[in-house]
Design a protein around this ligand. Structure first.
Ligand code: ZN
Length: 283
């Protein structure tokens, strides 16, 4: 019986985002009851990644912001917190050369920045140089010809090193990469966002990424101003949440500063968060 799969939450540098960008058309009187903002209207966001250990594979899902942010750019993102990708991996006994696969849900800077570092010549280099790097084909093409709206989130130093990387794996459809791990593609937040469904043996753990990054977004009409196709997000979330509720899956929350993961319940207002969980107490 294969039931040795393990999953770890990997905390990286947090950042702050404007409440307006976070919640788009939702009035602040509604969202501020669910998510705190400071006196500059900034909301604290985690940048949580996931490490899945199947025994054979050590799979890192997303990599956080990383260490290459230019100070002019960083000043709009208010990085804070003591965690970083490498020390979080080290705390579970892993170093970059142990990672067999890196899954990038998409190529916005806060998801793929940690894949690469500047070397002594200020060239951006892939840090996990033994790993296959998985990105959806549509996201790859989208990020390489960025539209004006998303362009500031697609940084050259994050994407260029992948162009010549021999282990770049472009995913074209929903697919299983091993019996326990499935990728699914979504197009609301950006084109070709990949979510990762992990069968932990008795239960599934679902890494939604920016399809559903924090507790307030469980409410269907809560979409971020960052989402390029908000109506698509709503349709995608509705189907996604119904499936997770039916299966009693655990939803991993990448950007929620207060909650690492949760289960879902049906209420008379629709699907809502049920129990707030921590992975190390759940699996
Ligand atoms: Zn994003």
């Amino acid at each position: 019986m294969r039931n040795h799969i393990k999953a770890y939450s990997i905390e990286t540098q947090n950042f702050k985002a404007d409440g307006g960008s976070m919640f788009g058309v939702v009035p602040k009187q509604m969202w501020e009851k669910l998510y705190n903002a400071d006196d500059k209207n900034l909301c604290e966001c985690a940048c949580r990644c996931l490490l899945i250990d199947t025994g054979d594979k050590k799979i890192l899902v997303d990599t956080g912001i990383g260490t290459k942010l230019h100070p002019d750019y960083a000043k709009h993102h208010y990085l804070f917190g003591d965690d970083d990708l490498l020390s979080s991996l080290k705390s579970i006994g892993l170093q970059p050369s142990d990672i067999t696969d890196v899954v990038l849900t998409h190529l916005h800077f806060d998801h793929c920045g940690g894949l690469t570092v500047f070397d002594e010549n200020n060239q951006s280099k892939i840090l996990f140089d033994k790993a296959k790097v998985w990105v959806s084909k549509t996201q790859w093409e989208w990020a390489n010809k960025p539209n004006r709206r998303e362009k500031p989130a697609y940084l050259k130093e994050n994407i260029e090193p992948l162009t010549s990387y021999p282990n770049l794996q472009l995913v074209e459809n929903d697919t299983f990469i091993c019996p326990e791990i499935e990728f699914r593609l979504f197009n609301g937040h950006t084109i070709g966002l990949m979510s990762v469904f992990v069968n932990m043996g008795n239960r599934r753990l679902v890494f939604a990424g920016d399809l559903l990054p924090a507790i307030p977004y469980i409410r269907l009409s809560f979409t971020a101003a960052y989402d390029i196709n908000p109506l698509t997000v709503i349709t995608e979330k509705e189907k996604f949440l119904n499936e997770l509720l039916e299966n009693d899956d655990v939803l991993f929350l990448q950007h929620d500063i207060n909650a690492e993961a949760c289960t879902l319940k049906m209420t008379n207002k629709g699907i809502r968060e049920n129990k707030i969980l921590k992975l190390n107490e759940t699996f």
